[in-house]
Design a protein around this ligand. Structure first.
Ligand code: SF4
Ligand code: SF4
Length: 381
C-alpha cells in the first residue's frame, strides 16, 4: 500500500481508502471480514457519511479492538429519518447525528469532522458563518474532531472552503467525465447525459484551479465518485461512450494535484481487492491515456493530464511531475513548496536534450520540449 500525507496534518493515509456504502445492510460478520481484509492489505482510512445505524454499529464493532489503526473521515450534518439517510442543517439533528456516530463507532474522537455536502453558495454562507461551523470549531477545540473538512461536488464552493483557512480536507467528486463539466450547484448535472452531448474540451478551469490551489496550500483532497457511481466502468453507461477500468479511474484521481486518497465504495471483498490491486499493478494496467485519447466526442488535446504515457524519457526526466509542478506556478510565481518538491525530483528540465523521443508517445499532443523550457525558466534548472 502507498500512503500520502493528509494535508497539513501529520497523518499518513492509504491512497486507496474505504467508502462506507459497502457496510450497509450486511451482517456484522460480513462487515468484520471486509474490515479485516482491508486492514490486512494496509488500508487505514475510511469515510463515514452515512447515518445508517446498522452500518455505523457494524463498523464500530469491527474496529473495536483497533480503533487507533483507522483514520476516520466522519460526517457532521447527516441524520437518519424514516429508514433513510438525510442531510440536515438543523442544529439539534446535527448534534444528535454526530453523537450517534461517536457512540456507534465506539470512539471518543473523529479524525476529520466533515461538514456534509455543500454545493450552493447560500448554503455555504449559512454553514460557514453560522452555528454549524461554530459547532465544528468547538468540537475541534475539545479534541473531539482533529480537523475540519467539507464534502462538495461544486469546485467554486470547494475553492471558497479551501480559501477560508478553516478546512484541512475536502472530499470532492473527481473522475475524467465530471472534470470536463463547468461548476454547478445541482449535483444531478454530473449525471445528466444532456451535459455530455455537446463537445467538451479539457478539464474545466475551475476544477483544475481547485486541485492546484489545494496542492499548493496543503489542503488534502479525498475523492468520491471516482467511478462515476459505476457508470464509467460500463461503455453503455459512461458519458464518454468508452469503458474505463477501476485501476485507470483510481490512477486518474491520484494523478490530480492535491489528491491524497480515493474512497472506493466497495460492496464486497472482491470489489475491495480490485481497488487494492492498484498498489500492485504495473503502469500499463493503470494507464488511462489510451482510453481518454479515444473518447469519441470530447477531447483533452493540448493539455497535460499527468498520465505518464510519454515515459520513459531518454534522460530519465519525470515528465509528468515536471509538468504538474510547472502548472502549479501562475504568472511566473513559484510557490515555495513547489520549489522544494521540484528540487527533490531525481532529474530536472534542464537535462532535456530535445531528443523528441517522448513527443510521439503523448496522445494529447502536448509540446513537451516547450514545457521543459518553461520549467527550466521558472525553476532555473
Ligand atoms: S505530456 Fe502527454 S503523455 Fe506525458 S504526462 Fe503529459 S499528457 Fe501524459
Ligand atoms: S525530449 Fe527531453 S523530455 Fe523528451 S525524452 Fe528527450 S530528453 Fe526526455
Amino acid at each position: 500500500m502507498e500512503y500520502r500525507q493528509l494535508g497539513k496534518t501529520s497523518l499518513q493515509v492509504s491512497v486507496v481508502a474505504l467508502g462506507c456504502e459497502g457496510f450497509m445492510n450486511k451482517s456484522d460478520e460480513d462487515v468484520q471480514a471486509m474490515v479485516d481484509y482491508a486492514h490486512q492489505e494496509g488500508i487505514n482510512f475510511v469515510d463515514f457519511f452515512s447515518s445508517n445505524p446498522q452500518g455505523r454499529s457494524a463498523f464500530g464493532k469491527a474496529i473495536q479492538n483497533h480503533r487507533e489503526d483507522w483514520i476516520i473521515q466522519g460526517h457532521l450534518c447527516t441524520t437518519w429519518k424514516n429508514g433513510q439517510y438525510e442531510r440536515t442543517r438543523k442544529m439539534d439533528e446535527v448534534k444528535a447525528g454526530f453523537e450517534d456516530l461517536l457512540k456507534r463507532l465506539g470512539t471518543d474522537y473523529i479524525d476529520i469532522g466533515m461538514i456534509h455536502y455543500i454545493d450552493a453558495k447560500k448554503d455555504f454562507d449559512e454553514v460557514f458563518h453560522g452555528e454549524i461551523m461554530e459547532y465544528a470549531k468547538a468540537l475541534k477545540a475539545q479534541g473531539i474532531i482533529k480537523s475540519i473538512g467539507i464534502s462538495s461536488h461544486n469546485p467554486l464552493i470547494a475553492m471558497l472552503a479551501a480559501q477560508s483557512g478553516l478546512v484541512d480536507v475536502i472530499m470532492f467528486s473527481i473522475n475524467p467525465c465530471y472534470d470536463m463539466l463547468p461548476p454547478s450547484e445541482n449535483v444531478d448535472d454530473l449525471w445528466d447525459d444532456k451535459n455530455y452531448e455537446k463537445p467538451l474540451f479539457q478539464i474545466a478551469p475551475e476544477r483544475q484551479h481547485l486541485y492546484e490551489y489545494c496542492e499548493s496550500h496543503h489542503i488534502a483532497l479525498t475523492v468520491m465518485k471516482a467511478f462515476g457511481g459505476g457508470d464509467l466502468l460500463d461503455e453503455n453507461l459512461s458519458p464518454f461512450g468508452v469503458k474505463m477500468t477501476p485501476l485507470q479511474c483510481i490512477h486518474y484521481c491520484l494523478t490530480r494535484p492535491g489528491v491524497v486518497s480515493v474512497m472506493a465504495g466497495s460492496h464486497s471483498i472482491e470489489e475491495m481487492k480490485e481497488a487494492i490491486d492498484y498498489c500492485k499493478a504495473d503502469f500499463q494496467a493503470k494507464d488511462f491515456a489510451e482510453v481518454l485519447s479515444h473518447v469519441p466526442k470530447h477531447s483533452f488535446i493540448g493539455h497535460c493530464v499527468y498520465c505518464g504515457h510519454c515515459a520513459p524519457c531518454s534522460k530519465q526526466i519525470p515528465i509528468a511531475d515536471i509538468h504538474k509542478f510547472t502548472d502549479l506556478c501562475h504568472q511566473g510565481e513559484v510557490p515555495e513548496t513547489v520549489r522544494e518538491h521540484y528540487a527533490m525530483l531525481s532529474h530536472h528540465a534542464s537535462e532535456c536534450i530535445e531528443c523528441q523521443l517522448c513527443m510521439p508517445r503523448c496522445p494529447f499532443e502536448v509540446n513537451i520540449i516547450e514545457k521543459m523550457k518553461m520549467a527550466q525558466k521558472l525553476f532555473g534548472y
